[in-house]
Write a protein that binds this ligand. Structure first.
Ligand code: GRF
Length: 211
């Protein structure tokens, strides 16, 4: 009789996660991936900062983690080539930017067309760039949110996969808003990765359809 554990399961999508800091989004993905039915696995964590807490999270989860410090390279192409080499060696199907604080050039982006996902803590195209939660709060917006998008050659401009709104209530503080936005991020990012892994995303121009 066949051992049920040996019956063929569809192979899981292999995900490389790029980080620079705390790694709470990485944690949400690692947690989702502990479920046997989750269709993706994190095969590599890459950090450009050696003291990123995200590295600790990767080690705890038993996921290979590497530090590739941008400062150790003569220029951006050589830094990016080191990232590309590690990602290719890990056999990643998908690259996920989870609080990765370096701009990636077209050289990197072209290597992984429609295979890089980023999470942005605002409803794009509003409030692109850094400190997006603070930008929305300072602006006096009544609604902000979270966007998961494919990465193209612009900054926070790629085709949108998922978005969810977060209301900014009258007594909101920046701290309370940050909590609400992160809570949504930690649900939306694993969900977008699941859709990618299940091959449910189709990109046509700026439009991403989810089947
Ligand atoms: C998140 O808010 C993400 O949207 C932004 O950077 C932050 C990273 O947080 N791109 P963490 O490192 O995942 O905790």
């Amino acid at each position: 009789m066949k051992d049920p554990a040996q019956t063929s399961q569809p192979s899981k999508a292999r995900v490389a996660v790029l980080v620079s800091g705390n790694g709470s989004n990485l944690q949400a993905i690692l947690d989702a991936a502990t479920s046997p039915s989750y269709p993706a696995q994190v095969v590599l964590v890459l950090s450009n900062k050696k003291d990123a807490f995200a590295l600790e999270r990767a080690r705890k989860a038993g996921v290979p983690a590497e530090v590739v410090e941008h400062g150790a390279f003569a220029d951006r192409p050589s830094f990016e080539n080191a990232l590309i080499a590690s990602i290719e060696k890990a056999g990643a199907d998908l690259v996920v930017l989870a609080g990765f604080m370096r701009v990636l050039s077209p050289h990197f982006i072209k290597k992984f067309p429609n295979r890089i996902l980023n999470i942005h803590p605002a409803l794009l195209p509003s409030f692109p760039g850094t400190r997006a939660i603070e930008q929305a709060w300072n602006y006096g917006a009544k609604v902000t949110g979270v966007t998961v998008h494919f990465v193209d050659e612009g900054t926070d401009t790629g085709p949108i996969v998922l978005q969810e709104a977060v209301p900014i209530i009258p007594k909101e503080t920046l701290e309370s808003l940050e909590k609400k936005v992160h809570f949504v991020e930690h649900r939306l990012f694993p969900e977008a990765i699941r859709l990618f892994a299940e091959k449910k995303l189709a990109v046509a121009g700026r439009k991403v359809t989810v089947s």
